[in-house]
Design a protein around this ligand. Structure first.
Ligand code: FE2
Length: 133
């Protein structure tokens, strides 16, 4: 039986189209609402077709020293060109990118997990520090 961590692939988003990219400030104030975006590599475009697409991205926050992470959001991408005429003939495609707004009271690490419908689970992380100055 595989360790669950071995099922999550990690790679440099500059070289791998499946690697999520989390963009957020490196430092924030304790009560500052800030923007965080998460999507797939902006360098190498992942397909978005009926047959091959990103199904969802889930975002977690793990405060430094805490035992458990907190789920921040789960974003489903539900439209990939499906239609009654056939695959890729539909009028709408959900792009695999989201922006969300949040505040944190402690420094920690954001983790993104994404699922490609045929290439499995991929992960990435970003450290954000809370600072009063
Ligand atoms: Fe893929």
């Amino acid at each position: 039986m595989s360790n669950i961590g071995s099922l999550i692939q990690e790679a440099d988003w500059r070289k791998e189209k499946h690697s999520p990219l989390i963009e957020a400030p490196v430092k924030v104030s304790p009560d500052e609402v800030f923007e965080l975006s998460v999507g797939m590599s902006p360098e190498i475009e992942h397909p978005n077709t009926t047959e091959h697409h990103i199904s969802w991205i889930s975002l977690y926050f793990h405060p430094n020293g805490a035992k458990f992470p907190h789920q921040v959001g789960h974003f489903e991408f539900s439209a990939h060109g499906e239609s009654v005429q056939g695959p890729n003939l539909g009028p709408v495609y959900t792009h695999h990118q989201v922006k969300t707004f949040l505040k944190i009271k402690e420094s920690g690490t954001f983790y993104a997990l994404s699922l490609c419908n045929i290439h499995g689970l991929w992960g990435a992380k970003k450290i954000v520090e809370v600072s009063d100055s």
